[in-house]
Structures are given as structure tokens and as C-alpha cells.
Design a protein around this ligand. Structure first.
Ligand code: NAI
Length: 240
């Protein structure tokens, strides 16, 4: 029996990279998964279904929440994974690049959690996992906007872990902080920088989306029933 039998999971950004790998892993563990993003994708298993979502649009977040509740009657797991980069040195960073990243990575997480978090509190249980980043912990050149958004995600998770459990509900909220993982997000990063980042890890390589999906799935499961309010580094031993 899988570790997520009878669980309903919502994954923002579930059509690509880390979110996609997590959707497949959670389905393999027995969950029914809603993989949500602005662009659809076919899934090999009927346990994963696509739902349109733009995390920057409060109405779209509400539609998703209402549709999943109407179809399944509950939500056990939320993975807040949707995220973007708009890198530039600070002197060159446009208002738009700054706002786009904050709106998607920070406010986007807030907009979905403010619906599903309080619901889980009423339900009495749930697991929320938000995807932060090693950059949110250590900072990075050309990523002031992204670093701020991810540090904010980590801080929101720590706040929500306290807030949603304050009356005794078993709602757990954790962040994971991946290092550099081979997904579409790294397509814009020059090869020499990727080699440099790989060299900065203890394992001397970049990560795979499946290696992040394993940890998210563990945090979602009852095996992690006493883990909350924390950040788990999954970065091959990287120190930026
Ligand atoms: P990706 O580009 O493959 O996936 C991003 C997903 O977010 C896609 O499904 C995309 O459609 C979705 N998305 C973007 N904007 C959205 C919006 N407004 N509404 C709904 N969905 C939206 O990239 P990857 O690498 O899988 O990224 C997933 C998460 O992991 C992001 O939060 C990213 O910041 C984080 N991360 C990635 C790392 C990496 O090295 N790839 C390292 C650390 C964190």
C-alpha cells in the first residue's frame, strides 16, 4: 500500500519540473493529484488530472479550490511549487521583473494557502509543503527578487505552521529548499554557471526533479507526522 492512499493532493506548478515529478510520485503512492498551472499537460496516469491555475489571480485560486472541494470533498495535501525567475543585476532590474517574481513566488503562495490552509485547520489535518530555494537562505548574485520571494516563502511557512495548528489541528506546514535542479527553470542559466554550481555541492552534481519529489512526498505523508515549521535543504551539500 502506498504512503498516500486515499489522499487528495493539489500541486501548483504541477505540469513541469519538480511539480510534475511530485505529481507522478504522489500518484504512485496512491494519491489523487490535481496538477495545476496555466498550461496543460498529458499525464500517463489517470490519478493525476490537470486543472488550470494562475497563482497571481485570486479568482483562479478560488476556482481551483471550489472545483477540488466539489469533486473530492476534501484536500489533504497542498504543494505550493509554482515559481518563476527574472534574473538581473540589481542596477538593471526592472520594476516588472521585481514585481513578477514577487507576485508569482510570494503572493502566489499566499493566495492559494489562504484558501486551503484555513480549510485544513477546520478539517483538523493536512500537510502543506512550499518550495523555497537555497537562494532564499543564502542569497545569490542577480537574484535579489527571487531570493526575497523564497526567503518570504520560508517565513510564511513558519508563520502558518504556528497559525493553523494553534487550536490543536494536525496541520503541518514545511518548506523545502532545493539546490540547483535540472528543470526548464535552468534553461536560461549559462552552462559555465551550471558547472560552477555543480562544483559548489559536496556531491559535485546538480539535482534531479525526482530527488526533490521524494522529499516532498515524504513530508506530505503520515511518516512525517511530527515534522512542521521547518525547512529541509535538498541541495547535495551546497553552500552558496
Ligand atoms: P519549471 O519552470 O519546470 O516549473 C515551474 C512551474 O510553475 C510550471 O509548471 C509553471 O507552469 C508553473 N507556473 C509558473 N507561473 C505560474 C503561475 N502564475 N500560475 C500557476 N503556475 C505557474 O521549474 P522548476 O524548477 O520545476 O520549479 C519549481 C519550483 O522549484 C519553483 O518554485 C522554483 O522556484 C523552485 N526551485 C527550483 C530550483 C531549480 O534549480 N530548478 C531550485 C530551487 C527552487
Amino acid at each position: 500500500m502506498g504512503s498516500l492512499e486515499n489522499k487528495i493532493a493539489v500541486i501548483t506548478g504541477g505540469t513541469s519540473g519538480i511539480g510534475y515529478a511530485t505529481a507522478l510520485k504522489m500518484a504512485e503512492e496512491g494519491a489523487v493529484v490535481y496538477a495545476c498551472a496555466r498550461h496543460g499537460r498529458k499525464f500517463e496516469t489517470s490519478a493525476v488530472r490537470y486543472h488550470y491555475l494562475d497563482v497571481t489571480d485570486a479568482g483562479s485560486c478560488m476556482n481551483l479550490y471550489e472545483d477540488v472541494m466539489a469533486e473530492q470533498g476534501k484536500i489533504d495535501i497542498l504543494v505550493a511549487d509554482a515559481g518563476i525567475t527574472r534574473d538581473a543585476l540589481t542596477k538593471n532590474m526592472t520594476d516588472e521583473a521585481f514585481s513578477d517574481v514577487i507576485d508569482t513566488n510570494l503572493k502566489g503562495v499566499f493566495q492559494i494557502v489562504r484558501l486551503i490552509g484555513p480549510y485544513m485547520e477546520t478539517q483538523g489535518h493536512g500537510s502543506i509543503i512550499a518550495v523555497g530555494s537555497v537562494v532564499g537562505e543564502y542569497g545569490n548574485i542577480g537574484q535579489a527578487n527571487y531570493a526575497a520571494s523564497k526567503a518570504g516563502v520560508i517565513a510564511m511557512c513558519k508563520s502558518w505552521a504556528k497559525e493553523f495548528a494553534r487550536k490543536g489541528s494536525q496541520v503541518r506546514v514545511n518548506a523545502i529548499a532545493p539546490g540547483y535542479i535540472m528543470t526548464d527553470m535552468l534553461k536560461t542559466v549559462p552552462e559555465h554557471l551550471l558547472e560552477k554550481f555543480a562544483g559548489m555541492t559536496m556531491l559535485k552534481r546538480l539535482g534531479k526533479p525526482e530527488e526533490i519529489a521524494e522529499v516532498i512526498t515524504f513530508l506530505a505523508s503520515d511518516a512525517a507526522s511530527y515534522i512542521t515549521g521547518t525547512v529541509i535543504d535538498v541541495n547535495g551539500g551546497m553552500r552558496l
